[in-house]
Design a protein around this ligand. Structure first.
Ligand code: SF4
Ligand code: MSK
Length: 621
């Protein structure tokens, strides 16, 4: 059992699931073992119906598929398809937010007024949209329209690319990897990986980079920036995290998935006096809305809503027996939830036409009528309180306080309005460098162990950590998002944290909010007049599992930032592809991937990389 997680609440609920006869992700992983070696190496292909084909990694079998594709082509094609899928997920999320802004500006989504007018105007300025003497709706209409055009723009490159240092933009142009349109790159990747199109692994991977960049500097940035406009730009906020945030005497609602459009409105609906009265009439003290995964991060960053856990805890939240409804939208939602819920009274309510779950109740969410739908969903949860099976309730007491909400704007505010104090701290060596730690949990690895071990090693070495997604939730659960965690940091970082009263690990949001990290990196490089690849920065996804993480890792490397993966990607079936990603890319984009499963060794790689970058910049002379 301890090898499954370092999180005590997880361990307790895995035990409870077993005694309740409930199958979890760990049981299903065990049932799948041994997993397919061809799949692990990335050398199986089913891109056409002459296959499926597989390449023997030991050279005893055929070296080519039926069409003639070799291991290099197959591995590269599979990788590019994963990037395209990940980029599509983030970008479609961004399109959803942009469409909501458009509906809001047209007066068709009355429950979504613009919350951050200053940000709306700043973004309008970036897009060359006039703001003087114009109403919020007029500006929002133009901005939403222009942002939606980014998905298929004829301009030749994306607007947010202008945030990138000139040197890097010139490099992308030279390599032919400047993204030309958000949808266009995904479509072209799917085209190129079709049978008989692009068979050159280098050419394929360059297209993978362009597609990933259309996510990082396109779809994800759109999602983040327009979410701030609509729902408010996050500011430092306090709250609590882990399964212990569920309350035995409340109607518990968990919001799980990714889009803030639904979750934000449900937070408000759950405060409706009529629904609270109904909850009390059924014997509950109140309605307790909690988040899970990145939807959790979105509402945590903006409202301080408690987060019940990260990716591997979604089934376990239901196992507590105390969840009236788990409301889901898109991404990272296990299809097993409806099966787990059958053993308890929990209702799984799907809301997106893009993501339906057999066994779940579907209540279509409609942004034009958002509050009414949100209240309807909350009412389902309230009514379900009466169906609780009291003997099955067991909520682990584990929970931890945190401080989150570090948007770029919040960081600037904490620094007194400019990045200069941060840059000075990096120059002086008080902060040696900055590492973005992001990504999921993966049941093949002990939950949260790599995140926490890696992060602790970094802060000990005076490296400031910025986090998003399930990695940030792991840090929250273990107290690393508290200013007091600075006691675990090296002298320099501890001093900076204490003077600003900030934690050594800054929670910057959900998976799409890695765009916030890119924005900070670009701003620092611009301030110093260097390329992003010159900076003492690194990225890491210690426990990643999603295709979205493949896209993220690729846009981070393509932006010039060394990136460490803690779980092995399926590329080792091609020596050439693996060599290109872990070594050759340095000559191409000035950064590479490293794969290191041991988080202590991974941290050493990050520390060494940062020391080398500092040295090149002459910072430690
Ligand atoms: Fe086999 Fe080629 Fe078809 Fe892939 S594309 S399944 S390698 S024949
Ligand atoms: S939710 S993509 S498990 S971080 Fe964004 Fe967590 Fe990974 Fe999903």
């Amino acid at each position: 059992m301890p090898d499954k997680s370092v999180d005590q609440s997880t361990i307790k609920m895995i035990k409870k699931a077993k005694s309740d006869g409930v199958e979890t992700v760990w049981d299903r992983l065990a049932a799948q073992e041994p997993q397919c070696g061809f799949g692990q190496l990335g050398i199986c292909c089913r891109n056409c119906n002459m296959g499926p084909c597989r390449i023997d990694p030991f050279g005893d079998g055929p070296p080519r598929g039926v069409c003639g594709a070799d291991a290099d082509t197959i591995v590269a094609r599979n990788l590019v398809r994963a990037i395209a899928a990940g980029a599509a997920a983030h970008s479609d999320h961004g399109r959803g937010i942009a469409s909501t802004l458009l509906a809001s500006a047209r007066g068709d989504a009355p429950d979504y007024p613009v919350k951050d007018e200053a940000k709306l105007k700043a973004l309008a300025g970036e897009f060359g949209i006039a703001t003087d003497g114009r109403s919020v709706s007029e500006i929002a209409l133009d901005l939403a329209g222009q942002v939606l055009e980014e998905f298929g723009t004829l301009k030749g490159s994306l607007q947010f690319i202008n945030r990138v240092p000139g040197k890097r933009r010139a490099l992308w142009d030279e390599l032919g990897i400047t993204p030309r349109g958000i949808d266009r790159e995904v479509v072209e990747s799917m085209h190129r990986t079709n049978i008989g199109v692009d068979n050159d692994y280098v050419n394929l991977i360059l297209q993978g980079m362009r597609t990933a960049l259309s996510d990082g500097w396109g779809g994800s940035t759109v999602a983040t920036e327009l979410s701030d406009v609509l729902f408010g730009t996050p500011k430092p906020v306090k709250g609590s995290c882990n399964l212990g945030v569920l309350k035995e005497d409340h109607v518990n609602i968990i919001l799980h998935g990714h889009e803030p459009t639904l979750s934000d409105i449900i937070v408000h609906a759950a405060r409706d006096p009529g629904l609270l009265q109904e909850a009390r009439e059924r014997g509950a003290v109140g309605i307790n809305v909690c988040g899970m995964c990145c939807t959790g991060n979105e509402i945590l960053m903006r409202h301080g809503v408690p987060v019940a856990g990260n990716f591997l805890q979604q089934e376990l939240a239901i196992v507590t027996g105390a969840v009236e409804a788990m409301i889901v939208d898109i991404q990272c939602i296990m299809p097993s939830l409806a099966q787990v819920a059958k053993c308890y009274h929990t209702k799984i309510i799907s809301t997106s036409p893009k993501a339906k779950f057999p066994g779940a109740e579907h209540v279509p969410f409609d942004e034009h009528n958002a509050m009414d739908v949100a209240k309807k969903i909350v009412r389902v949860a309230v009514e379900n309180y009466s169906n609780r099976m009291v003997s099955k309730i067991n909520i682990p007491s584990d929970q931890m306080e945190y401080m989150a909400g570090f948007s770029v704007e919040a960081i600037l505010e904490a620094l007194g309005g400019s990045l200069n104090p941060l840059i000075d701290a990096v120059k002086s060596g008080a902060i040696k460098g900055i590492v973005g730690v992001v990504g999921c949990n993966n049941p093949k690895y002990k939950q949260d162990y790599s995140h926490l071990t890696f992060v602790r090693e970094l802060i000990k070495n005076d490296i400031l950590v910025v986090g998003t997604g399930c990695a940030a939730i792991a840090c929250a659960k273990d107290g690393l998002l508290l200013p007091t965690a600075a006691r675990e940091a090296g002298d320099g970082l501890r001093g900076v944290c204490r003077s600003l009263n900030i934690p050594p690990v800054l929670h910057m949001g959900s998976c799409v909010d890695i765009s916030r990290i890119l924005t900070v990196a670009a701003a620092i490089a611009n301030a110093l007049g260097v390329d992003i690849s010159d900076l003492p920065l690194a990225g890491a996804a210690p426990e990643w599992m999603s295709e979205k993480a493949v896209s993220i890792g690729t846009y981070v490397v393509s932006s010039g930032i060394f990136t460490i993966l803690g779980t092995v990607p399926p590329v080792l079936g091609s020596k050439n592809v693996a060599e290109l990603l872990t070594s050759g890319a340095e000559r191409v984009v000035g950064a590479v991937f490293a794969v290191e499963e041991d988080p202590v060794a991974a941290a050493k790689l990050a520390v060494q990389h940062i020391a080398a970058k500092r040295n090149s910049l002459g910072l430690d002379e």
